[in-house]
Ligand binder design. Structure first.
Ligand code: AMP
Ligand code: MG
Length: 404
């Protein structure tokens, strides 16, 4: 058995980046940047008015009210490109360039047009610099504003658009083959017969793999038969970057996943992790395809996918931060650890009246209790050898991925 952290390191070390591809900005959300994003212009690109009002010289209105001659108008997209002299004012709109000679904008509410619009009375003084954002105050041309390896989210779209990234480079999405194994499995649209259950793991893995940026292909259910498994594994590996199986990796008489992989000549990197749930997780490579042999239990699948396979899928796309990010919360109810394994137990996160983040362990019946798991929003990590972690303790958590 190897520690969870070691297993994650092995996964990352064995995972190579996929080629970069160019995509349209409209397709960028959820992808991982494969180039640094560089400003092609200053921001703002000119001295910009932050208010509707009048561009003035602060010295002209030091004693208010002060009358100035209106000499022009600067609107967004249509500036007034002359030099504004002392005693003059330019009517200006938010987002418009401030004329040369002006050093402040007085907001329209503190002004009054007189003489049928030929003059303006500035009702209060305004200090130099007021309501003007100087050219390049935010960003200078040539500055790197986003970095390769970052996740592209909605908040970044304005930056990409503003600097002209109509097309941008991202890591190619990994192709993932998903294959459930087990002679008891029937597909979701079938009524299970005696001794049968419906497959859920293919759907769970497909859902989480999509959240990790992958393109998923679901393979037919495979029975517990080494020859059948070998045939299907070989085919799936030929057409995918990553193969993710579930089931058949425990110590049972019909657990044929490892023999099948070994007979096909796969290189096995690990096959037992000090993890609860998820101990029999297998990580291997067959040809150029990474193989994750996840356990069969639906909750183990969710845990092991997100700890190991997700990291690989994100690393392939060039993510700087491929793994789940650890945070802390206050444990709402005591939980038991394990003597020889790190636990990743499902929990519901909530915030109490003081604003403290609490992790509430699920009342669950073990790794097969996927109905309880349906409410989980995080996993709590309990270190190896911790007997009981009391309510009120600080606990390490990782959030389960969601689409928001
Ligand atoms: P195994 O790892 O193959 O021994 O499976 C462990 C448990 O998970 C057994 O109770 C299986 O019936 C169940 N299981 C295995 N594969 C799936 C699946 N695809 N969907 C739902 N349950 C499964
Ligand atoms: Mg099985």
């Amino acid at each position: 058995m190897i520690p969870v952290a070691d297993a994650i390191q092995i996964v990352l070390a064995q995972t190579a980046n996929l080629p970069v591809e160019s995509i349209a900005l409209t397709e960028a959300q959820g992808r991982i940047l494969a180039e640094d994003v560089v400003a092609d212009s200053d921001l703002p690109p000119f001295d910009r008015a932050q208010m509707d009002g009048y561009a003035v010289r602060a010295a002209d209105v030091a004693v208010a009210p002060a009358r100035l001659r209106i000499v022009g108008e600067s609107a967004a997209g249509a500036g007034w490109h002359h030099e504004m002299k002392t005693g003059e004012a330019v009517r200006i709109m938010t987002g418009a360039p401030v004329p040369v000679g002006a050093d402040a904008v007085q907001q329209v509410e503190l002004t009054r047009e007189v003489d049928s619009g030929s003059q303006v009375e500035i009702l209060e003084p305004v200090e130099a610099g007021r309501s003007i954002v100087k050219q390049a105050a935010e960003i200078k041309a040539g500055e790197t504003v986003l970095h390769a390896g970052e996740d592209i989210n909605a908040a970044m779209i304005a930056t990409l658009a503003s600097f002209g990234y109509a097309q941008l480079k991202v890591g190619r999405r990994p192709r993932v083959a998903v294959m459930a194994t087990g002679s008891e499995l029937v597909d979701v649209d079938k009524k299970p017969g005696a001794d049968q259950i419906r497959d859920s793991n293919n759907y769970t893995i497909a859902a989480y793999a999509t959240l990790a940026g992958a393109i998923v292909e679901r393979w037919p259910l495979a029975g517990d038969d080494t020859e059948e498994l070998k045939k299907q594994i070989k085919q799936a590996a030929e057409t995918s970057d990553v193969l993710i199986t579930s089931g058949g990796v425990s110590m049972g008489v019909y657990d044929f996943m490892k023999p099948a992989l070994k007979e096909l000549g796969a290189e096995i990197f690990f096959e037992r992790v000090a993890l609860r749930p998820g101990k029999p997780t297998v990580f291997a490579r067959l040809g150029n395809t990474l193989v994750f042999g996840l356990p069969g239990n639906p909750v183990s699948v969710a845990v092991t996918f997100n700890l190991f396979a997700r990291a690989a899928l994100r690393k392939m796309q060039g993510a700087k931060q491929p793994g789940l990010i650890a945070e802390t919360a206050v444990l709402a109810r005591a939980v038991k650890g394990s003597v020889d394994r790190e636990s990743y137990l499902p929990a519901i996160l909530r915030t109490d009246e003081q604003g403290t983040l609490l992790a509430e362990p699920l009342k669950w019946g073990g790794s097969s209790d996927f109905v309880a798991f349906a409410r989980a929003t995080a996993l709590m990590s309990i270190a190896v050898g911790v007997g009981v972690l009391e309510a009120g303790s600080i606990v390490k958590i990782v959030r389960l991925p969601t689409s928001d």
